[in-house]
Write a protein that binds this ligand. Structure first.
Ligand SMILES: [Zn+2]
Ligand SMILES: [Zn+2]
Length: 262
């Protein structure tokens, strides 16, 4: 295996560029969606005041730094594919077609569990200040905060894919779609605009999916509840769902009001 400076720098810079572009596209899509929803006169803003330029600059800075940390983690996958210890495959026919969606769904569900438990861990008082405080500096986050993590938190978050591909054969485009979904959900979840149905928390059909309000509550209370990422499962199983999450929706249903902003 070639481990010269150039052999390391080239994939590092390529992955870094892809991560940054992916981040910018996701934020652009979310901001565009908010623009059109607002234009149609629908009040879905969860925050009463716009974020300051200083907050947005900080969110962008740490998100770019996270992209760099993810790229370092990505080197494990890159060299692992050459060395045979990362089970990312390029031949789509290696496994049956049904394996592709199953693998993607399993990867998203596993990541949700990984995120929930590592998120709870970094809220521990011994870790919070050094690892997770940076992310919670945004009490009312914007989409730019999608990757606004301190390097330690970025490293923990970025470990999921290397661990997954060490054990589970994953087609390269499945990994690509997983990462696209991850950044998009992160950008949506921090946007401060309800881009999902407002009544979702109490819905029998879709109550298992977190909406924007779910993670927004986590930031408002600096992380006492709502540790989950994509789904409400773990918070409901572990009793960590914010008490207001479904109550406010019930009130809203009765009063036909929008979710109260803060
Ligand atoms: Zn957050
Ligand atoms: Zn948190």
């Amino acid at each position: 295996m070639d481990l010269t400076a150039q052999a390391i720098l080239e994939p590092l810079l390529t992955t870094f560029s892809v991560e940054v572009i992916r981040y910018l596209i996701a934020v652009f899509l979310v901001i565009t969606a908010i623009f059109f929803i607002t234009k149609r006169g629908r009040s879905r803003n969860l925050h009463t005041e716009p974020a300051t330029a200083e907050q947005k600059r900080r969110e962008v800075f740490y998100s770019i730094l996270t992209a760099l940390v993810f790229s370092v983690n990505g080197l494990y996958v890159y060299f692992g594919m050459q060395g045979g210890w990362a089970l990312v495959y390029e031949d789509i026919n290696l496994y049956p077609a049904w394996y592709l969606p199953i693998c993607l769904i399993a990867m998203i569900i596993a990541h949700d569990a990984y995120f929930y438990w590592t998120h709870r861990l970094i809220h521990h008082r011994f870790l919070f200040r050094w690892v997770h405080h940076t992310h919670h500096r945004s009490i009312k986050p914007t989409a730019w905060a999608a990757y606004a993590f301190a390097p330690g938190e970025a490293f923990i978050n970025g470990l999921f894919v290397p661990i997954w591909v060490t054990f589970v054969p994953t087609y390269e485009f499945v990994a690509f779609f997983f990462l696209a979904h991850m950044i998009l959900r992160n950008a949506i979840g921090h946007s401060g605009y309800e881009l999902f149905p407002i009544r979702m928390p109490g819905s029998k059909a879709f109550g298992w999916v977190t909406n924007v309000f779910h993670h927004d509550l986590h930031h408002r209370d600096i992380g006492e509840n709502n540790f989950g990422l994509y789904f409400t499962w773990w918070d409901r199983w572990m009793g960590t769902e914010h008490p207001e999450y479904t109550q406010i929706v019930e009130k809203q249903k009765q009063a036909r009001l929008e979710i109260p902003a803060s």
